[in-house]
Design a binder for this molecule. Structure first.
Ligand code: NAP
Length: 252
């Protein structure tokens, strides 16, 4: 299926590895010029159609410089908000600084970059804003208090924005991974193995057993869904939270 994206421009944040890198590749394969942003620029894919840009989402000046660079390129049609996840830990007892620190690096950069780039989409009467979240938004994950809490706030922002810009031909959606095999998932599984004294293999086997599909997802399976949501065909999907979880979330 031709997704009708040839000639479009995208900014993908957190694109040096994992879900962001797979999303950048899926969009580039559709003929999109992709600005792929992350801190570790040497890890950014150098394939055709992908232009690496260095950014540190924890640094306001770096974010401002990224926005300037993208605006100098004439803006983008597609924005994929993505970045690192916070430290694992319970909801109880987190110091205020842990909450504000995680909010500043996980949520505020998405809000600021989206605000800066959405005006260009409104002018063109077309745009796609896709924010990568977590299954924890729908079914909070034990011991990921910061992630569950802050991503819930991002979900509220995304839905509110979707309503505001729908008349301008802009769709705004979240895509939520269950367990997709990336560095982040490996870190969380290793942390769990350390905490419980189980082997990494046992932790992974128990984790896979909770997923109806019976395995972790592949980053390319995730990237393909984001590319579809960016497509012309997905023009009537907005304000939604789309699961890519192999059935992990138990509720409807
Ligand atoms: N994989 C899963 O199954 C899963 C499940 C639920 C939620 N998630 C969430 O989905 C997001 C992406 O997941 P992932 O598995 O691909 O994570 P990942 O392997 O940790 O990759 C995170 C990406 O974000 C970039 N990044 C991190 N901190 C940054 C910063 N300060 N400035 C700029 N870029 C930054 C990293 O690049 P640099 O280090 O080069 O900057 C990397 O490209 C994460 O927030 C994760 O928590 C993932």
């Amino acid at each position: 299926m031709d997704l009708g994206l040839s000639g479009k421009k995208a900014l993908v944040l957190g694109a040096s590895r994992g879900l962001g890198a797979a999303t950048a590749q899926a969009l580039a394969a559709e003929g999109v010029t992709v600005f792929a942003a992350a801190r570790n620029i040497s890890a950014l894919t150098q394939s055709e159609g992908i232009k690496p840009i260095q950014v540190d989402l924890a640094d306001k000046q770096s974010i401002a410089a990224l926005i300037d660079t993208i605006q100098a390129e004439g803006g983008v049609d597609i924005l994929v908000n993505n970045g690192g996840g916070p430290k694992a830990g319970p909801a109880q007892g987190q110091p205020a600084g842990a909450w504000t620190g995680a909010f500043e690096v996980m949520a505020l950069p998405f809000f600021a970059i989206t605000d800066a780039l959405i005006g260009g989409m409104i002018e063109k009467g077309w745009g796609r804003i896709l924010t990568i979240g977590s299954s924890g938004i729908v079914q909070p994950i034990p011991n990921l208090g910061l992630s569950n809490g802050i991503r819930g706030a991002i979900a509220g922002w995304s839905k509110t924005l979707a309503n505001e810009v729908a008349p301008h031909g802009i769709t705004v959606n979240m895509v939520i991974p269950g367990r997709v095999a990336t560095d982040r998932l490996q870190e969380l599984d290793s942390g769990r193995a350390e905490r419980t004294g189980a082997s990494l293999e046992d932790v992974q086997a128990a984790s896979r057993a909770e997923i109806p599909v019976g395995r972790y997802g592949r980053p390319d399976e995730f990237g393909a869904v984001v590319a579809f949501l960016a497509s012309q065909q997905a023009s009537y999907i907005t304000g939604s939270i789309i699961r890519v979880d192999g059935g992990l979330i138990k509720g409807l």
